[in-house]
Structure formats: structure tokens, C-alpha cells
Design a binder for this molecule. Sequence first.
Ligand code: CTP
Ligand code: MG
Length: 187
Amino acid sequence: MTGLETVLAGLWLMLPTLIPNSAAVLFGGGPPIDLGKSWRGRRILGDGKTWRGFFGGSFAGMAFGLVQIGVTEDLGVTDTWGFGSMPWSVVVVICLAFGAMIGDSIGSFIKRRLGFERGHKAPGLDQFNFVIGAFIVVLIFQPLWFAKHYIEGDGIYALVVFLIVVPILHRISNIIGYKLGKKDVPW
Ligand code: CTP
Ligand code: MG
């Protein structure tokens, strides 16, 4: 693998982490995860975190990851452009997708504790909550897969490029969500 290939593969392998956030906007609605309950005078998570958004987002990321597994198995590139061999590849995909939505919920929990209302900007936290969630969950269950693609050798470049691309994609997807009338604010 050349350095460029490693970076491109690194971005491709993060799609199950990137998709849930945008998908949650499309699937969102219905009862909030915290069921409207408050803690110490503020909502636990707020109306922006719904069960439908959580599972719609997670399953969308997971479904896309399963398609990626199928494609890379067919092409025989599971080692470089895939999530490794079955069944661990499925574990990685589940960790990335659900980890993203868990991180997103924890991000909102932190925002409420800081006194920010739903939808209020929290620079840094808004862009990276889902990335941090996915990284932590995958590091718990499949640390060697993460190290192989994002730490060892040229992998570190894949990590750096991914972290630069995340806020840009986040901004673009929020503008699209706003234009579609799914979000009240374009951030
Ligand atoms: N969404 C959802 N359920 C989730 C995550 C997101 O329904 N678990 C939907 C909500 O409609 C939410 C939108 O996606 O308003 C955008 O998500 P996000 O920006 O994370 O939420 P905010 O409304 O900005 O709320 P917060 O301040 O808590 O981040
Ligand atoms: Mg927001």
C-alpha cells in the first residue's frame, strides 16, 4: 500500500462512523431518549436526541458497513480496504456505527450540563463527539484493527487527514440538513 492508498482506505473505513450523524437527522423524531426528563434543572439529553435518530443513525452506518464488507470480500481486499476477516469485521462496523451515536448522545449530555440549550453551538464537541465515541468503542473491542489502519506506519496520516476532513463534512451535511428543512440551524 502506498501512503495515499492508506489515507484513502482510512477515510473509506470511517464511513460507518460518518453516516450515522447525517442519517439521524433524516430518521429523527418521536420520543426523546431522555423521555423529557431533567437532571439538576436541565434536560438529561434534550429533544435533539431521539430513539428513532439513535437507532436510525446507528443502523444506517451499520448497513453501509455491511455493504462495504461484502464488496471488499468479493474483491479480496479485506485486509487493506476492508474491516478484516469475518466475524471480526462485523464487530468493527457495529463498534464504529453505534459508538458514533453513543458519542453523539454523550456530547449532548455534556452540552446540557454546561447549560447550552438544544442546537446551541459547542465548537469542537459538535464536530468530534461522534468520532471520539466511535474511537473509544472500537478501541475497547478491536484495538488492533484501529492501530493497523490509523496508528502504525502511514496509518497515522490516515488519522490526521480524517480528523481534518471531519469538521468540513460535518458542516456540509448540516447545511444540507438545513436546506432540506430537517435542521433549524445550518450548524
Ligand atoms: N437527531 C435525533 N436523534 C439523535 C441524534 C440526532 O433525532 N440521537 C436529530 C434531531 O432532529 C437533531 C438533529 O438530528 O435536532 C441534529 O442532531 P444534532 O446536531 O446532534 O442535535 P441538536 O439538535 O443540535 O442538539 P444538541 O444541542 O443536543 O446537539
Ligand atoms: Mg447540533
